[in-house]
Design a binder for this molecule. Structure first.
Ligand code: MF3
Ligand code: CO
Ligand code: CO
Length: 292
């Protein structure tokens, strides 16, 4: 999610929630809804794994994702979201996020590419949002290294989730690991509250915003986690510098220095004693390089 975006009709409510730290708290049956939506999007990402090969058209992957979603009684949350026209985002190599399947210069996957596929399904009113990296054929060691580091960043971000922790703990965990490995953390896009809404408060920043000069970023980072909060963690990590720019299509975000970028995303809920990840792969394909 873009850190600067307002949140539609719910914007005012979200702002109050952020100011008071009172984020929406969900009940046991809401966890059930998120489990089903999370499992479905994870199955969708599993289904695509064996199909991501050199020569495959990104548009074909997107159409399969659309059909899979509809066949399972869900709807693609990205389709028609702010004018977006696809089920998935497919972001290849130096594309940070929001790569448009079938878009000019994003038609076909080639040997050595690293591709992020991001999908969000809405099932019985609940959103499951997840993304993974897919190596296309054999990838270079530095690309594989970036996937490993980025996945570890997500794992550490998730591990920072428990009642009483602050959202800044997530950003700190991710940033310190990325920097220790000479990578940068994208600041222009963030995770987000999720549930019945696709993008809810708060913005989940992946960098350490506890000392940010921006009061908005600081106050969101300061919010304390409580059982029943649902949100995504979706760090974008670059081999080079953190700066990004959005191309003329209004969606595709790329690294300014054209360095490789990777991203993994889970939807999670805060439990009484820790965290529940709703979007783990039923086929065990979460980790980089796991082959179906
Ligand atoms: N799934 C993305 C996220 O993690 C959102 C994509 S919005 C779209 O928040 F419109 F580009 F699809
Ligand atoms: Co998301
Ligand atoms: Co997503």
């Amino acid at each position: 999610m873009n850190v600067h975006e307002t949140q539609g009709p719910e914007a005012a409510e979200a702002e109050v929630q952020i100011r008071t730290g009172q984020l929406r708290l969900h009940r046991a049956e809401d966890f059930e809804g998120m489990r089903r939506a999370g499992r479905l999007v994870a199955e969708l990402l599993d289904m695509l794994a064996p199909l991501v090969k050199p020569g495959v058209l990104t548009d074909d992957l997107d159409r399969l994702a659309y059909e899979f979603t509809m066949d399972h009684g869900a709807v693609p949350a990205c389709l028609f979201y702010r004018g977006y026209g696809r089920t998935t985002c497919i972001s290849v190599n130096h594309v940070v996020c929001h790569g448009v399947p079938g878009g000019r210069s994003n038609l076909v996957l080639r040997e050595g590419d690293i591709a992020n596929i991001d999908a969000t399904v809405k099932l019985d009113g609940w959103h499951g949002d997840s993304s993974r990296m897919y190596p296309v054929g054999q990838v270079a060691p530095r690309a594989q290294r970036l996937l490993d580091i980025t996945h570890e960043c997500l794992t550490r971000g998730v591990a920072a989730v428990k009642p009483g922790a602050r959202f800044s703990d997530i950003g700190q965990a991710i940033q310190s690991y990325a920097h220790a490995h000479r990578c940068s953390v994208v600041e222009d896009f963030c995770g987000h509250g999720i549930g019945r809404l696709f993008h809810d408060a708060p913005s989940v920043l992946h960098y350490d915003a506890s000392a940010s000069r921006e009061p908005g970023a600081r106050s969101q980072a300061n919010i304390e986690m409580r059982p029943g909060m649902f949100f995504t963690i979706e760090p974008m990590i670059n081999l080079g510098r953190k700066e990004v720019k959005v191309l003329n299509d209004g969606w595709t975000a790329v690294t300014r220095d054209k360095s490789l970028s990777a991203q993994y995303e889970h939807s999670v809920g805060v439990t009484e004693d820790g965290v529940e990840v709703f979007t783990y792969s039923p086929a065990g394909l979460d980790k980089p390089g796991s082959r179906p």
